[in-house]
Design a protein around this ligand. Structure first.
Ligand code: BTN
Length: 233
């Protein structure tokens, strides 16, 4: 089925817009700005004009939990390939942050709703900082494509490239090609606790393979989040 694309000037949140039309999957919604952009962990996501704000809603049959990583890597690789198409050099921070020069350039909010018969309605919301100006308090940890290029980009071209890429499927190998921290000492954070680990690999199911106190362990992104030792991100 052909994916329907809706382009809006302003909306509260493209993810929330999708939820109002659950029977419309497959659907892509983009907006020039959001008045109530949503981030992960209940945070808000500043969505001023100049960024790209897109949600992709798909319905999956026979969904199983391991599919959640495929959904996530698809979003990450689609964003990374978009940045590459504009001659930028992105990296990923497990699980689903995309960075430019070590700072976050894109946020992803994935909302999956499991239905009867193992179906899943999945909404992948992506906020990509392109030409938008960042508030002072985010400048330490976030960046824009414009900052990296030293000039404004054609917003429509960036959006079109991202939408095109989001309709492709990618592998974990492509995801790993954007990882530059294998072999590094990292922190793993969960519930206010912090562990030191050496990051080694990401497996097919999206688990982080790492060494903790001499033991090789598989960590799921639902359990812990990765922090770099020498960075604010
Ligand atoms: C994060 O880094 O906290 C995730 C931010 C996700 C923002 C995007 S913008 C498009 C979609 N609509 C929303 O309200 N949020 C996501």
């Amino acid at each position: 089925m052909k994916t329907k694309i809706i382009e809006l000037d302003e909306i509260d949140s493209t993810n929330e817009f999708c939820k109002r039309f659950p029977n419309e999957a497959d659907l892509i919604v983009c907006a020039k700005r959001q008045t109530k952009g949503k981030g992960t962990k209940g945070r808000s996501f500043i969505s001023d004009e100049g960024g790209v704000y897109v949600s992709v809603m798909k319905r999956y049959k026979n969904f199983d939990f391991s599919n959640t990583f495929s959904i996530m890597i698809n979003a990450c690789v689609a964003v990374c390939n978009t940045l590459k198409a504009f001659n930028l050099n992105p990296t990923v921070k497990w699980a689903n942050d995309v960075l430019l020069n070590g700072k976050k350039v894109c946020g992803t909010l994935i909302e999956n709703r499991l239905g009867a018969d193992n179906t899943c309605l999945s909404i992948v919301g992506i906020g990509l900082n392109v030409n938008n100006l960042l508030p002072e308090e985010l400048k330490e940890i976030a960046t824009t494509m414009r900052e990296s290029k030293g000039r404004k980009l054609n917003l429509k071209s960036v959006r079109a490239q991202l939408i095109k890429n989001l309709q492709n499927e990618y592998t974990v190998e492509e995801y790993k090609s954007f990882v530059n921290w294998f072999g590094q000492e990292v922190y793993l954070d969960a519930n206010g606790q912090r562990l030191s680990a050496t990051a080694l690999d990401v497996d097919e199911k999206g688990n982080l393979i790492c060494e903790i106190d001499g033991e090789i362990q598989k960590i799921s992104s639902a359990e812990m989040s990765l922090r770099f030792k020498c960075s604010t991100v």
